[in-house]
Design a protein around this ligand. Structure first.
Ligand SMILES: *Cc1c(COP(=O)(O)O)cnc(C)c1O
Length: 379
């Protein structure tokens, strides 16, 4: 009999979803927006210590799109973007007719490299192009070097959009990820730390910007008795049913973060005596990752096998693993855009592998993972 598959990261119910969905149905709130949407926004605002304003949207990607619009990005502008990320960080730049300029990673957090970032800004300014925004990502839940990036952003007066799609619950120097930029984004896609089945949120610093985000997300209707539009709108609001699932999921967020952390400790413990493996981990107490996904780098010379080989062996045991995000500047669709930096992101991609990290992974699953590792690392 085929053993049950161990996934990288699965959407898991909290158990109280039906209660919220039932109340949406019984009150006939089966639409975009509604009481669960308002409640979810309140819950996330409370989680962020009521320092920020949340607009619930239908995806993280639409939140990035609206975020860039709110930062004033227009056609022919340039936006600096971390190359080591999921394509959804960069696609909205192109939706706007703007140009992405990709930036390498640094080796500590694997996120945007402050040195390459400043070099890029100086060179773009020399070419008479002042970048309109910086997209910094908290990859796999690990906060980016927020103070360093903030200093550069302030020096050249360029706002930061924090793509915190993977990092709800992560902390940098006591501050929640999602609140480190001028505008922030969460995703509630099915594979993220909590899910609304599909959804996202925009994190802003004022109620005024939140209202503007919701206005744009609900087709930009002017305040008028008939449908009048003075701006281009979008259909990006979260549905009341999805938000109900989100409310139920918020109840277990802390517990899910704890379980992901335990999974991280399992891998740290396993790899601590293996030369040639580096696991993505906090390099100081300034960083507290939610450990959405665990990722390792394999040195093929020391190990005698590479990420491709380990992936195949895990697959044979019905265990999912995945290469790291292929850097954007190496993607066929983005190859024509400028890139600044060296080969850090490329090396991460060449050597990296993401490992099962979901909150559902049990003792038996861990034994199965260990068995493949023991064989692969010849322990
Ligand atoms: C998931 C993800 C997104 C997009 O979020 P969706 O809700 O799937 O649209 C954006 N950026 C990163 C880094 C992501 O992991």
């Amino acid at each position: 009999m085929k053993k049950d598959r161990i996934f990288l990261s699965l959407g898991l119910k909290s158990g109280s979803e039906l209660k919220y969905i039932q109340s949406a149905l019984s009150e006939n709130w089966i639409t975009l927006g509604g009481p669960h949407v308002d409640a979810l926004e309140k819950k996330i605002e409370c989680f962020l210590d009521n320092k920020k304003y949340i607009s619930a949207l239908n995806s993280g990607t639409s939140a990035i799109h609206l975020g860039l619009i709110l930062l004033g990005v227009q056609k022919e502008d340039e936006v600096l973007c971390q190359t080591m990320t999921f394509s959804a960080s960069a696609n909205p730049i192109v939706y706007l007719g703007a140009t992405p300029v990709f930036i390498d990673s640094e080796p500590d957090t694997w996120n945007i490299c402050p040195v390459a970032l400043e070099k890029a800004i100086l060179d773009r300014i020399r070419k008479n192009k002042i970048p309109k925004a910086i997209i910094a990502v908290d990859l796999y839940g690990m906060p980016y070097k927020a103070d360093e990036v903030r200093n550069i952003a302030n020096k050249y007066s360029i706002p930061i959009l924090e793509d915190s799609a993977e990092a709800l619950g992560s902390i940098y120097k006591g501050r929640q990820c999602g609140t480190l930029g001028d505008i922030g984004v969460f995703s509630f896609n099915g594979n993220k730390i909590i899910t609304t089945s599909g959804g996202g949120a925009l994190i802003t610093s004022s109620d005024e910007v939140k209202k503007k985000a919701i206005f744009l997300a609900t087709q930009a209707r002017d305040d008028s008795p008939y449908y009048q539009h003075s701006e281009i709108g979008y259909n990006y609001r979260m549905s009341n049913i999805a938000a109900g699932i989100g409310c139920a999921q918020m109840e277990v967020l802390e517990q899910r973060i704890m379980l992901r952390k335990r999974m991280h400790e399992f891998y740290v413990d396993y790899f601590k005596n293996i030369d040639g493996i580096k696991i993505l981990s906090e390099t100081s107490d300034d960083y507290k990752s939610n450990h959405w996904l665990n990722a390792i780098l394999i040195d093929p010379e020391t190990i005698g096998g590479n990420n491709t080989k380990l992936r195949v062996e895990l697959e044979h045991a019905n265990i999912e693993s995945r290469f790291l995000w292929k850097p954007m500047h190496l993607q066929p669709v983005f190859r024509k855009f400028p890139y600044y930096g060296g080969d850090i992101a490329e090396q991460l991609f060449d050597r990296g592998l993401c490992l099962p990290s979901g909150a559902n992974i049990n003792k038996n699953h861990k034994l199965r993972i260990k068995k493949v590792f023991d064989n692969f690392f010849k322990l």
